[in-house]
Design a protein around this ligand. Structure first.
Ligand code: TXA
Ligand code: MG
Length: 325
């Protein structure tokens, strides 16, 4: 991918954003997780544009973004107690709840499911925009289907230079990976997508949770599609970097590492995600590092497997999907 930066597209002009959204257009919107491709959740025109621009299959539903917990009843009905507890604990923030939808939410948003995905983003620009509108926003991550999600305005501008007019500049996303998605069945909380909120944090509020079976491609949460978040470059995930370096000797290799660099390896071809061994920091740098490695014309990217706790679980999930052919 060529990273031509389209400075004119990237702007902090909120009024322009409001004007575009009110006239059924789609914009790049910053959130704390990743940038979204946002449009009026009540506009069929805007929704259709989002699917078209993203080249997203129609069976993959969108997340509705509302401005506060107080608006939850405008999009959902029959909300379980545990959903209220989680919303109160984590909104605004990187947690998406799957709830029974209000009839006012179009089947175009939910791919005709009777549930709607909803969250309150924790980003001052997104909240300011939502506050100035009298409708919620649908916003999938602002990347073409299956590609790496954007964490900087330049990523969005470079993906969609001909398709959208404006990317609102909200700087680099602080969480850097998508929201965690949970649904509710009987009295149970089920995780559909690992994300920026750790499972441990959720369990502290609602007790033990279950995880949907990752090996099955579930149409209920296509975010669990096996191939996803993919660089163009060949990509492998390993517990043993050294032996892969030997195996791929002679190839142009890039490394994606947790905390330590390889002294005998070209520094600019290595991305170390957190020198201080923080999994949160590593998650926030993950997509930016993938974007960087992907533009180096490498033969292969070799990524190190992360510790399986906290956001390490989310990072490994994304790396596994990136490594799927
Ligand atoms: O952090 C995020 O969630 C970002 C920012 C922009 O808010 N958005 C995001 O959207 O990641 P997207 O469309 O890339 O991923 C949303 C995921 C999809 O995998 C979709 O299948 C799932 O949510 N989803 C949406 N509605 C659903 C529903 N009713 N039931 C099950 N899964 C649903
Ligand atoms: Mg996405």
């Amino acid at each position: 991918m060529t990273f031509v930066i389209h400075k004119k597209m990237i702007s902090t002009n909120i009024e322009h954003a409001i004007h575009l959204l009110k006239s059924n257009n789609v914009i790049g919107l910053p959130t704390e997780t990743v940038y979204g491709l946002a449009g009026n959740a009540y506009s069929e025109t805007a929704i259709k544009k989002i699917y078209e621009i993203k080249k997203r299959p129609s069976f993959n539903p969108l997340i509705v973004h509302i401005k506060s917990y107080n608006d939850i009843n405008t999009v959902a009905v029959d909300i379980p107690e545990k959903a209220h507890l989680l919303a109160k604990a984590f909104w605004p923030g990187p947690l998406t709840l799957l709830l029974k939808k209000q009839p006012t939410i179009s089947g175009l948003v939910t791919s005709d499911l009777d549930t709607v995905a909803v969250r309150v983003p924790n980003h001052p620009v997104a909240l300011d925009v939502l506050d100035k509108l009298d409708f919620p926003l649908v916003a999938p991550s602002a990347n073409p289907f299956t590609r790496i999600s954007p964490t900087k305005p330049e990523h969005v501008a470079s993906y969609f230079k001909n398709e959208i007019e404006l990317v609102l500049d909200g700087g680099t996303c602080s969480s850097g990976v998508e929201s965690t998605i949970v649904g509710f069945e009987a009295n149970k909380v089920i995780v559909y997508r690992f994300g920026a909120l750790s499972l441990e944090a959720i369990e502290k509020v609602v007790g033990p949770i279950s995880i949907i079976n990752k090996s099955k491609e579930s149409p209920k949460a296509p975010g669990m599609l096996l191939k996803h978040y993919s660089p163009k470059t060949e990509f492998i995930l390993t517990r043993n970097i050294q032996s892969e370096l030997e195996w791929y000797k002679g190839k142009k290799i890039g490394l994606l590492l947790f905390s330590k660099s390889y002294p005998d390896f070209e520094p600019h071809l290595q991305q170390v995600l957190s020198k201080g061994e923080s999994l949160d920091e590593a998650a926030s740098n993950l997509y930016q590092a993938l974007h960087e490695l992907d533009k180096q014309n490498l033969d292969i990217i070799i990524a190190e497997r992360f510790p399986e706790y906290g956001l390490g679980i989310t990072i490994n999930d994304r790396l596994e999907r990136a490594s799927k052919k």
